[in-house]
Design a protein around this ligand. Structure first.
Ligand code: GLU
Length: 410
């Protein structure tokens, strides 16, 4: 199987060719600008010291400060971080945010850490990457394995070192520290909006549509809630232990999950991850990790639309199979851009020290994302390319144009 980085580079190469950009453009666009690997020592609660690898990649700063999440996952490495930072670059450009792209992370399983250990690790990582982050340089945010608590510790560590409070150094913070209303649900809200629009494009009434969601974390859960509010029927969801069907509502399932730590609410039936991917539904939403839709799983997919809630959930082989089957794929850099869009609103509010209400945030998210969806759809029909190719062409072109306008120093 291709590595995440090879996949991301292939997608870029295709966009560069389709846009008929030059070899010089390919060189500038395919090279990450700043890569930092740090050793993060952690004193465990029992007194032992362990070393973890930490990363921060600033893939591009051409259109503004770099922006992207921090992932805590045992499998994260430098190549994957570069790939994810690259995706952030095209995502921010596609949705017209004044940002470049970044990503960071620590190769650690956060489930193995106590709260105090997680805090020490987060703070030490922040202090190791401190010289290259800042509200005008590079703005981290939550990603897989991190949440608003990690952002609060990052903001505090940065602020203590600056000598004053700097809320704009990270987004996805708790509301009381300068976080934004609507940020927690933003990625899921964006996935729900993209799903609704993709259904309309395919001529399917959203209120009669059925959906299966792989993943019931920050993205999957809020996507499910957003879709139910829009009148769609979520028929199955899964977590790392597998999936369930037969629940009455997502909220009921979530309440059971919070109380019992499992998805086995009364009346539900179990199904495997493979069975969930192969369900006869209108929309399939991979909202967990990379490589869910592969040469192996794609042939059995029956959904008419795939909406990528996760980053890079489809391998190139999986993508080719979906294309042959005529499945409409709403690519990650469009479908899950709601998170970084509301991160941008949070950063703007922090800069202005003036906060907006929840309705205003949702309306602004909807219109910013809708603009990108319409552009992707239009380019896809005009050029007869997939939504992924179209989204990549729009994002990559904006970065290439900015490069040209800025020129080369010296
Ligand atoms: N981690 C999220 C993503 O992959 C959000 C990034 C951000 O808000 O900066 O898009």
């Amino acid at each position: 199987m291709e590595s995440a980085l090879e996949t991301a580079r292939q997608q870029l190469r295709r966009a560069v060719d389709q846009l008929q950009l030059s070899e010089n453009d390919w060189q500038t666009l395919s090279t990450p600008r700043r890569i930092l690997e740090v050793a993060v020592p952690l004193r465990r609660d029992n007194g032992n010291v362990e070393m973890y690898k930490g990363f921060r990649v600033q893939y591009s700063t051409t259109r503004g400060p770099s922006k992207g999440g921090v992932r805590f996952h045992p499998d994260i490495d430098m190549d994957e971080t570069v790939a994810l930072a690259m995706l952030m670059t095209w995502k921010c450009a596609l949705t017209n945010l004044p940002y470049g792209g970044a990503k960071g992370g620590i190769a650690v399983d956060p489930a193995t850490l106590s709260v105090m250990e997680n805090e020490r690790l987060t703070r030490r990582y922040t202090s190791e990457i401190l010289p290259i982050i800042g509200p005008e340089r590079d703005i981290p945010a939550p990603d897989v394995g991190t949440d608003e608590r990690n952002m609060a510790w990052m903001m505090d560590t940065y602020s203590v070192n600056a000598g004053y409070s700097v809320p704009g150094v990270v987004t996805g913070k708790p509301i009381s520290l300068g976080g934004s209303l609507g940020r927690t649900s933003a990625t899921g809200d964006g996935v729900a909006i993209s799903t609704r629009e993709a259904l309309l494009v395919r001529g399917i009434d959203p209120t009669s549509a059925t959906v299966a969601i792989q993943g019931f974390g920050k993205v999957g859960y809020w996507t499910a809630v957003g879709l139910e509010k829009m009148g769609l029927t979520v028929v199955a969801v899964s977590d790392v232990h597998g999936g369930v069907t037969g629940f009455n509502s997502v909220t009921e399932l979530w309440n059971h999950f919070k109380e019992h730590g499992n998805l086995d609410a009364p009346g539900t039936d179990r199904l495997t991850n493979e069975e969930l991917l192969a369900l006869e539904v209108d929309v399939l939403i991979p909202a967990a990790l990379a490589d869910a839709i592969t040469a192996h799983s794609a042939p059995s997919i029956k959904a008419k639309i795939v909406v990528e809630g996760a980053n890079a959930p489809t391998t190139p082989e999986g993508d080719a199979i979906l294309k042959d089957k005529g499945v409409l794929v709403v690519p990650d850099i469009l479908a899950n851009a709601g998170g970084v869009i509301v991160s941008y609103f949070e950063w703007v509010q922090d800069k202005q020290a003036f906060f907006w209400d929840a309705d205003e945030i949702y309306q602004n998210l909807d219109s910013q994302l809708m603009k990108a969806i319409r552009e992707v759809e239009a380019m896809s029909s005009e050029q007869d390319v997939t939504w992924r190719e179209s989204a990549m062409m729009i994002g990559v072109k904006r970065v290439a144009d900015a490069h040209k306008l800025r020129g080369l120093y010296p």
